[in-house]
Ligand binder design. Sequence first.
Ligand SMILES: Cc1cc2nc3c(=O)[nH]c(=O)nc-3n(C[C@H](O)[C@H](O)[C@H](O)COP(=O)(O)O)c2cc1C
Length: 321
Amino acid sequence: MILLAPMDGLTHVAFRRVVARYGPPDLFYTEMVSVRAVVFQPPERDPYLWHTDLDRPLVVQLAGREPDLFEEALRRLEERFNFYGYDLNLGCTRGRARRQGWGAALLLEPDLVRAIARAARRATAKPLSAKLRSPPGHDRRKLFRLAEILLEEGVDTLILHPRAPEEGFRRPPRWEEVRELKEKTGARVIGNGDIFSPEEARRRLEETGCDGIMLGRVALLRPFIFRDLRAFLEGRGIPEPPPPLEPPRLFAEELKLLPEGLQEKRLELWLFWYLQNFPYGLYYFGKVKKISGLSAKLKTLSALLSSEAFPPYPAHPRLHR
Ligand SMILES: Cc1cc2nc3c(=O)[nH]c(=O)nc-3n(C[C@H](O)[C@H](O)[C@H](O)COP(=O)(O)O)c2cc1C
């Protein structure tokens, strides 16, 4: 199983459709959606939940800390849409999540995790995953205990990004924890973290015996990675990359699905990552950011990228945000 990771501000419907047009993963994930927003606003009008037939099967990732809000949010989503499944965010380390005590903050609250998983399971019979970071200090005992709790409460897939919250993206992920989690639980385990090429993807699958991998930033740099990875795993070799201007053109077309007020910001957020494919990418990004308007931005990009080509894999982002 190859999954597209949830990424805040980035894995919206427009981006997912670009990915789908090149070659889809087995499962798409939305960016995280707050349970509070789902409960207190009309979900149909929430662009973070918009989706189409192309970006399917789609899992909605939910973030929050109140079990009753998880339950109510899931009921509302179940009544209105036909998502493939849901995911509980137990890994986000961003400021908002830290301040409000959700995401990775929940790794230290096993009783609350149990209550959330139980409430979620009451509200849906669909596939339910939980995406975790390793607990602080890479405490294995805590990791296995959390896994046990989640599985007891009916979560069917564990997705592990084996970095502790305090590490941000600084230290390499400890993939041996993915293998141990699989061995220890026998559950469906998906590994995530620092896969930047088809070769690395295959190595992680082979080394850990996990059931699948989830790709995040490499998909921002190469939205066609799922096509490449599938071809590579099937022994067909990696196809030629598209011209560098093609993904931004497709992206700008698909952005029309989002509210107008969001389109330019979303293009910028993505270009910050995408342009890191190229040695002077951050300089290009600075130039494009200064120009206002979608079509003016594209025109500038077209000049900047006209003599660029994708370097071979691995596609490493040089900077984080
Ligand atoms: C910009 C950005 C936004 C992210 N937003 C989310 C999110 O909404 N929910 C989540 O569970 N993880 C989020 N993550 C973490 C990714 O899903 C993933 O676990 C992490 O990037 C490691 O995978 P990678 O090395 O393949 O990028 C985010 C990561 C990045 C870089």
